[in-house]
Design a protein around this ligand. Structure first.
Ligand SMILES: NC(=O)C1=CN([C@@H]2O[C@H](COP(=O)(O)OP(=O)(O)OC[C@H]3O[C@@H](n4cnc5c(N)ncnc54)[C@H](O)[C@@H]3O)[C@@H](O)[C@H]2O)C=CC1
Ligand SMILES: O=C(O)CCC(=O)C(=O)O
Length: 528
């Protein structure tokens, strides 16, 4: 039974889902990093919000871990590169808290415009300072959106409803989408000079880190206001502090900080700063949504291999997962076969070509290609799985090509895998029989039908009388039982292939004996 650790405060709905789906779950919010490292090795899944930092050090001591589920959007608290390298799927819940966070940004904009927190504190202190708090209207003001994805779009929609003019800077926003949203797509420079309010809704990545810095803040209209409900690190806090003190910026509303938990930030001392402790997603509705979603996604993955909303792996829907499963097995086995044959040589792989024919061509091929790559690369470089295989291939400079064909041959469905090295090109083909059983149908252009078995022996030989008898005798002398025996040849008397499945691994020394037999060109033990 898979085991999942929930290491942040998640709605109890998540626990209920894991339990209902037969997954053992431990709820331990607030673990210190060392405590997390001490126990993470026992789990297949880790469900988090923003507090848990899934670092390389955590991943290094998590050999069982297959999935990290972020109940929320930002995954900047997860070392996705290390997770990918270790084959751990990282998934998030991209929509569950978007409305809530957008509403928080709008609330922060109102709070800033009317100084509500200060006015509330003053009133509660019995001061009745009616003349101290002079606000500004939002009506007809220009809102500058930096980032117009899920949350930014909802903010835009609400702001348009407030009769604000909305301009958006987002390199990936199409003109068509901008038109639909009623926003004007602009470059950052233009946004800076036009916006009365600027609100940020991008992920924290290299291109967005300190996107509001001393230089860009100086270009803003004097007296503009900034709202950040996305991530600390998007706004340079030192530059912001200076601009707030100088009056270049009239106010800032911040839900997120460079360092969190933020307990002693110099910005707290400024009157024109409104702060919340990373509450963007903190509504009952959003927390229920993300908890349910993350638990279901993680359970789907752990139980059936379905992948949704993964940051580092192609999606596989719960509906298609059972259909893809035998194909993934076929792709992986074909990959493992060529990978093991290639591993004997010392020449580098240049190209891996995966061709899909017939029914296979109609499927979601990304996971199949990833499985084939994992199969090829594992014998060459150890633990490579579907998550890290595309990255490993790219890092090794391997050209991965995927093509589809209509059904041309005798098989209703076929995957052909070709690996090109400096010295050789090796192709293997496989199909599914009886709906879901992977079967090898050719090696290096020679037809040879065989099921994949855990232990196999692959021999190439000259098609001449005497080979089969001597080969059978050599195995019998070594006490090796042949489970199945498959032969194929390019032409009468030409190159031939013999593929044997065995009941147990080949005993020491037998491979060397087979290699000395007359007519044998090459012999290799294989495992699947
Ligand atoms: N305060 C909180 O509690 C919460 C904060 N967030 C933060 O909000 C962020 C945005 O969330 P979503 O809108 O759901 O993400 P999203 O992925 O739908 O949208 C992000 C947008 O940023 C744009 N973008 C990327 N690079 C950019 C650049 N260099 N300049 C301008 N725009 C750029 C993208 O094209 C995309 O449209 C998340 O990454 C997360 O960090 C999300 C939920 C809650
Ligand atoms: O889980 C939370 O409270 C924070 C949500 C958040 O920052 C996100 O979803 O990116």
């Amino acid at each position: 039974m898979p085991r999942v650790l929930i290491s942040d405060k998640l709605s109890p709905a998540a626990i209920a889902i894991f339990e209902r789906r037969g997954i053992e779950v431990d709820f331990k919010p607030g673990l210190a990093p060392a405590e997390l490292r001490a126990i993470i090795g026992e789990y297949d899944g880790l469900a988090i919000r923003s507090a848990t930092k899934v670092t390389r050090e955590v991943l290094e001591v998590a050999p069982r871990l297959r999935v990290v589920g972020r109940a929320g959007i930002g995954v900047d608290n997860v070392d996705v590169t290390s997770a990918t390298a270790r084959g751990v799927v990282v998934m998030n819940t991209p929509y569950g808290n978007a409305i809530t966070t957008a509403e928080h940004a709008i609330a922060m904009m109102f709070a800033l415009a009317r100084q509500i927190p200060e006015a509330s504190a003053s009133t509660k202190a019995g001061k009745w300072e009616k003349n101290r708090f002079m606000g500004v209207e939002l009506f007809a003001k220009t809102l500058g959106l930096i980032g117009c994805g899920n949350i930014g779009s909802i903010v835009a929609d609400r702001a348009v409803g407030l009769k604000m003019k909305v301009v958006a800077f987002d390199p990936f926003l199409s003109e068509k989408r901008a038109l639909e949203l009623g926003v004007e797509k602009v470059e950052l420079e233009e946004l800076l000079v036009r916006a009365d309010f600027v609100t940020l809704h991008t992920p924290l990545i290299e291109q967005t880190r300190n996107i509001l810095n001393r230089e860009t803040i100086a270009k803003l209209r004097r007296g503009a206001r900034i709202i950040n409900c996305a991530r600390g690190g998007l706004v340079d806090e030192v530059a912001l502090h200076e601009a707030l003190v100088s009056g270049q910026i009239a106010g800032a509303a911040l839900d997120v900080f460079e360092e969190e938990p933020a307990t002693a930030n110099p910005l707290f001392a400024l009157e024109n700063v409104v702060c919340t402790p990373h509450l963007g997603a903190a509504t009952a509705e959003a927390q229920e949504n993300v908890a349910l979603q993350v638990a279901d996604q993680m359970a789907d993955f752990l139980l059936s291999g379905a992948v949704s909303n993964a940051i580092n792996m192609p999606s596989v829907s719960a509906e298609e997962a059972p259909r893809l499963k035998p194909y993934m097995e076929l792709a992986r086995h074909l990959g493992a076969l060529v990978g093991q044959l290639t591993a004997s040589g010392d020449d580098a792989i240049r190209v891996i070509r995966i061709e899909y024919e017939g029914h296979a061509a109609e499927l979601n091929r990304k996971p199949l290609t990833a499985a084939a790559l994992a199969g090829v690369l594992t014998p060459l470089m150890g633990a490579v799985n579907m998550v890290n295989a595309p990255v490993v291939a790219r890092e090794r400079g391997i050209d991965v090509a995927e093509t589809i064909h209509e059904r041309t041959g005798e098989y209703h469905t076929l995957i052909r895998l070709t690996v090109v090295t400096d010295a050789q090109t090796r192709s293997v083909e496989g199909t599914l029989v009886a709906a879901d059983k992977p079967r090898l149908v050719s090696i290096k252009g020679i037809a040879v039908e065989a099921d994949f078995a855990p232990h196999m022996l692959y021999v190439t030989n000259h098609d001449k009388p005497g080979f089969i008898g001597r080969f059978g005798t050599a195995l019998a002398d070594a006490g090796v039982n042949i489970a199945t025996f498959h032969l194929g040849r390019a032409s009468e008397g030409g190159d031939a292939i013999c593929l044997v499945s065995l009941d147990a691994p080949l005993p020491e020394g037998v491979l060397a004996t087979v290699r000395t037999l007359p007519l044998v060109v090459q012999a290799k033990d294989l495992s699947f």
